[in-house]
Design a protein around this ligand. Structure first.
Ligand code: NAP
Length: 511
């Protein structure tokens, strides 16, 4: 590695949990020359930006943490957002990452320099950073999506997106409208309902809302977790719960129709919580559980029993200077909360910067032509030395932490192999990528997403081609594959050498 050629061997874009987990894995594997960049002024990604009232994780904290850095002091089974932000800061501190992070730095564009086998990254300030390898750790729920509703610019009140909450806005006694009923709204609505004068909830598609097995974890539990095997036991129980309720339920629905049981639980929860049958009917989803990301709350549904909370399910026709007009009524509001989610499978999000690979091809354009795909969710042919943590067919629905550890395991095998063979360019073969993509498509037969009713769910799991680029496998399988994929699925080239070197030949040359 010629350090005079590049600023850093590796640049990680993103200092959320994906970036932090990658950085720790790199350090532990002896890859010390890396830089993390993030456009935020602090670490934590999602948990840095999202601070809306009621924010908490929907995966038990025993699983929503790194396996190698398990805390036993979570205050609840489902940790509140501020604890996750603190956990991110703790990890950065403990693993000495802070000096490796450049905050308030946006990466706008990255170009692969084929002659020198390196990436040239351009920051928002026009600065160029170079790296042999780039790891995209920009998350997936990153780019807030504002709804395109006529008249939005005319509104004279306050507007905020849930992921950019303005804590300077006092909602007490105000008339508030909230557009959207996804996971963010489900947490915000019960939290603010009691303090506002009126709350109008604009629902387009009802969300499946399941009870949340949440409870406070008092000091006694923290002490029990400190006993030998305590953390291990809770971790395994939690992992099994998560695996059963998402990856298995989603990808093996035809084998194990767990979501049918979930639907019965959801309907009973709705009946328990909502008094008015008319309101209940409006809150009842008309698509199968699993088509879109469900929510978990013990408070959301019953909020609709409050006299100051109104549910309008008629289509929004316009935003006016003073409120929101639907096909049913005009609602005057002082504050409008956009709980309208994120760009997920849309362009400009995966990754959040413009990436140009071999021949100057833009990744977005490549995906437009070939559909969203990435070998094991990590690599794309034509984009050498670039690896993603959350790429198409990367995320299987388990805890993001499982995914991060899985993908870094894959990436580290590549980096070690390149280092052993003094390679400077790593690229997945088109054949391996095609094989993986076909395998993911072939696995659709057992997934929950292909039921007829999913067409009306408005689910962001589906991309514009109608694909669901989620990793169709269990977490243990993903881990196994990260450690055992054939290194010959990649080529390892060395600067100055003309031909691609298969992994086995590189190994032979080294040993
Ligand atoms: P979301 O799930 O995408 O929900 C967006 C909501 O806004 C939907 O109800 C959508 O309706 C509605 N909407 C969007 N544009 C609209 C328009 N023009 N008119 C009317 N309604 C509109 O977004 P989110 O709630 O922010 O959640 C995103 C993801 O973040 C979640 O799925 C989850 O993965 C994650 N999250 C997790 C937690 C947690 O762990 N506790 C909390 C929050 C978020 P349609 O359904 O009709 O499109």
């Amino acid at each position: 590695m010629n350090s005079t050629v590049v600023d850093h061997e590796i640049i990680i874009v993103g200092a959320g949990f994906s970036g932090i987990g990658t950085a720790i894995a790199l350090r532990q594997a002896g890859f010390d020359d890396f830089l993390m960049v993030d456009d935020a002024d602090g670490v934590g990604g999602t948990w840095h930006w999202n601070t809306y009232p009621g924010i908490a994780v929907d995966i038990p904290s025993f699983s929503y943490q790194y396996s190698f850095e398990q805390q036993r002091t979570w205050s609840r089974v489902y940790a509140p957002g501020r604890e996750l932000k603190a956990y991110a800061e703790h990890c950065v501190q403990k693993y000495g990452l802070r000096p490796r992070i450049r905050f308030s730095t946006t990466i706008d564009r990255a170009d692969f320099d084929e002659a020198l086998h390196l990436w040239r990254l351009r920051t928002g300030d026009g600065e160029e950073l170079t790296a042999r390898y780039v790891i995209g750790a920009t998350g997936v729920l990153t780019r807030p999506k504002m709804p395109e509703i006529a008249g939005a610019e005319r509104f004279t009140g306050t507007v905020m997106h849930t992921s950019r909450w303005d804590h300077g806005v006092d909602l007490r006694g105000k008339r508030v409208g909230i557009i959207g009923t996804g996971a963010s709204a489900v947490q915000v609505i019960p939290e603010i309902a009691a303090e506002v004068a009126e709350l109008v909830v604009f629902q387009r598609t009802p969300i499946w809302c399941l009870p949340r097995p949440d409870t406070a974890l008092p000091p006694l539990v923290h002490q029990l977790l400190a006993l030998p095997g305590g953390k291990l036991l809770t971790r395994w129980m939690s992992q099994a719960f998560v695996e059963l309720t998402f990856p298995l339920a989603a990808h093996y629905y035809r084998v194990l129709p767990m979501s049918k049981l979930g639907e019965r639980t959801g309907l009973a929860h709705l009946k328990d919580q909502v008094d008015d049958p008319g309101v209940r009917a409006k809150l009842t989803p008309d698509y199968a559980l699993g088509c879109k990301r469900p929510s978990f709350s013990n408070d959301y549904l019953k909020t609709f029993n409050r006299a100051n909370v109104h549910l309008d399910t008629a289509p929004i026709t316009e935003i006016t200077a003073t409120g929101v007009r639907t096909a049913q009524a005009h609602h005057q509001v002082d504050v409008l909360i956009m709980a309208t989610g994120f760009k997920v499978m849309e362009s400009g999000n995966m990754p959040t910067f413009d990436l140009h690979g071999t021949g100057g091809v833009r990744l977005e354009d490549w995906w437009d032509t070939h559909r969203l795909q990435a070998y094991e969710g990590v690599s794309v042919p034509g984009f050498p030395n670039f690896f993603t943590i959350i790429g198409p067919y990367g995320y299987n629905g388990s805890s993001y932490f499982a995914l991060i550890e899985m993908q870094t395991r894959h990436i580290l095998r590549l980096l070690r192999q390149a280092r052993r063979g003094k390679a400077t360019k790593i690229e997945v073969t088109a054949a391996a990528n095609d094989r993986f993509f076909q395998e993911m498509l072939d696995r659709r037969g057992t997934q929950v997403f292909w039921q007829e009713s999913c067409t009306v769910a408005n689910s962001y799991y589906f991309d514009k081609n109608g694909d669901v680029p989620l990793r169709a496998m269990t977490t243990p399988e993903g881990f196994w594959r990260a450690g055992h994929f054939d290194l010959n699925d990649y080529t390892f080239d060395r600067l100055g050498k003309r031909d691609s070197t298969p992994a086995t030949a590189t190994r032979a040359a080294v040993h």
